[in-house]
Design a protein around this ligand. Sequence first.
Ligand code: AMP
Length: 377
Amino acid sequence: MIKLPILPGAILGILGGGQLGRMFTIAARTMGYKVMVLDPDPQSPAGQMADVHLQAGYDDHGALKKMAEACAAVTTEFENVPAESLIELSRNCRVSPGAEAVAIVQDRSREKTWLRDNGFPTAPFALVGSEGELEAAAQVTGFPAILKVSRFGYDGKGQCRVGSMAELKTAFAEMEGNPCVLEGFVSLECEVSVVLGRGDDGECRAWPVGENRHENGILDVSIVPARISGALAQQALDMAVQVAGKLGYVGVMAVEYFVDKMGGLMINEIAPRPHNSGHYTLDACVTDQFEQQVRALAGLPLGDTRLLSPAVMVNILGDRWKNGGPNWGALLAHPNIKLHLYGKEAARPARKMGHFNVLDADLGEALRLAEQMREQL
Ligand code: AMP
């Protein structure tokens, strides 16, 4: 069945009202769509920007019904949306990504198993459902290893690095019986990611590979293009396109990779949505990841993903508010720095409050300025 494109004037829906939903909402409204956001938080960053904010839970049947009736298409901004809600919506309106793809990637155990079954490289891992399985799992991964809870972990939360059987037992006990994945600790050369859009017709457009630095398990800086060999970058791009194809994915998604000391690529995780490491596209590319999310959802041709300038993206976390708040003046004084704030009132430690992109024809210079600003903020 040929699906006609959804054109401006129509209402698009999004499950989740965080910063990713906010940037989707801004992109959609810029293009002339109306936006309905579902999020229980009355102050959600996307709710502030939306035409309609449905303040209800993600499994609220009444709210889902309203959404399906009003919207021409619905997408999600986070992986932990109940897959059943996507199924429920899809009975009455277009939904992408599909429930099946989201169900795989929202559960680390399923995701890792799917990657292995489909021949994609990962760090050595074993699934752990009970204490009795810890010994065998540790045999697979060795020590050090990282124990990660299967569901609802993010930004390094729900993870624990362990160096011995005793530590592993303690860490598993702290996971309160939730299923986990034990992963071998990879000695990292660097981390990179690929963000791409995939249309209904299977057309894929990826942005250049980004190099990501994390601090305490949270993305800190993305450097684009990644300072890796052309061959490795191509391998990362090809693998991401294959992952999207095998998932039958429609929308914007990201694949995060580890690069080990031997230059080998392993998939760390897949995000079924635009990704923090793709925020540089807002200022440095012909089409940014949120416009692409709108395009894929609406069934429009995908936009050009060309990089117009090397870029460095720096996350701004709530920790910076400890001593009176960031020094915005210093940041905004620079003509080639672009500030994005998410409209969050409470600046809690580790909470993502915003980011800034530094653009410069010389990547080294962009990185130098980004680091200087990071210190001065
Ligand atoms: P995750 O939430 O799984 O993406 O983990 C957050 C960050 O922790 C990653 O981006 C890595 O910097 C680090 N990390 C996670 N798993 C491993 C691993 N198996 N080996 C080395 N570093 C890891």
